[in-house]
Write a protein that binds this ligand. Structure first.
Ligand SMILES: [Zn+2]
Ligand SMILES: [Zn+2]
Length: 271
């Protein structure tokens, strides 16, 4: 399986020299196996992936949840407008509605000039269920419910004997979710929210972030250790975290877990 990070930033896109190394686009990760493409989240990283893919194209896009930073790339994903594209969009419905309703709402006056009906390349809308396996080409996917405001799905994705676990926007609150550890057991790669240092989360530095829906890098490391995964990608970098800050967080994580690294835009891994 090949894994490419197109957006590793959390909450809001950023730009500037101080963010060039980690990148400024929000959540979007591409998995390719046997020529089939699975995309995780449609943050602004999806616009860059769309330019690379061209149109028409074929892919399944899984959405972890419908917060802005995970859906804002969709109206700027060129292939979605091409009637020849074969796109499947899939997510667990949220308390506020289905994936289609959430995406339609952001393409509505006065926020956006054209409506979702122009996205002729989307051929299927699949509603997923927690703990209900879903198949997309060679990928077998299990959505897992995790703690986050308005809900979030983490995904265990298996293909070709390998496993990737995508756990963005998860708030453990100091104790790593047992269900996540179980789901990530033995994975080749765990992509995990690492938005904060503990001092930031608890309000010793800046406003307290409890209830904002995110993890610390240490919780990401603990999840990786307890699930005995091979590699850990620190993901969903805080928009205030510059490259120096991301590098420093990466070093702290690597002191405790050798397989840890910071997800950076453009990074591609062959598992
Ligand atoms: Zn997010
Ligand atoms: Zn979120």
């Amino acid at each position: 399986m090949k894994v490419t990070f197109w957006g590793a930033r959390g909450s809001v896109p950023v730009s500037g020299n101080e963010f060039c190394k980690a990148g400024g686009n929000t959540s979007c990760v591409e998995l390719v196996h046997e020529g089939e493409r699975l995309i995780l989240d449609g943050g602004t990283g999806l616009t860059a992936l769309g330019r690379a893919l061209g149109a028409p194209t074929k892919a399944t896009i899984l959405f972890s949840h419908f917060h802005w930073d995970h859906i804002q790339g969709v109206p700027f994903f060129g292939a979605a407008y091409h009637p020849g594209s074969e796109l499947t969009f899939a997510a667990v419905p949220s308390e506020g509605g289905t994936l289609r309703e959430a995406l339609a709402a952001q393409m509505t006056p006065p926020s956006f000039p054209v409506g979702i009906e122009l996205l002729a390349g989307i051929k299927r809308w699949d509603d997923l269920g927690y703990e209900q396996p879903y198949e997309a080409g060679p990928f077998r996917i299990t959505p897992i419910e995790q703690p986050h405001p308005n809900g979030v799905a983490s995904f265990r994705i298996e293909a070709g004997g390998q496993a990737v676990v995508y756990a963005t926007d998860v708030e453990h609150g100091g104790k790593v979710s047992p269900r996540l550890i179980q789901a990530a057991e033995g994975a080749d790669l765990l992509i995990h929210d690492a938005q904060y240092h503990w001092a930031e989360y608890t309000g010793q530095s800046g406003p307290p972030k409890q209830g904002w829906g995110h993890s610390t890098w240490l919780e990401a490391v603990q999840a990786a250790q307890q699930a005995d995964v091979a590699r850990l990608a620190l993901f969903h970098h805080d928009p205030t975290r510059d490259d120096e800050g991301v590098d420093a967080m990466e070093r702290l994580a690597q002191e405790r877990f050798e397989g840890a690294f910071a997800a950076r835009e453009g990074l591609a891994l062959a598992l």
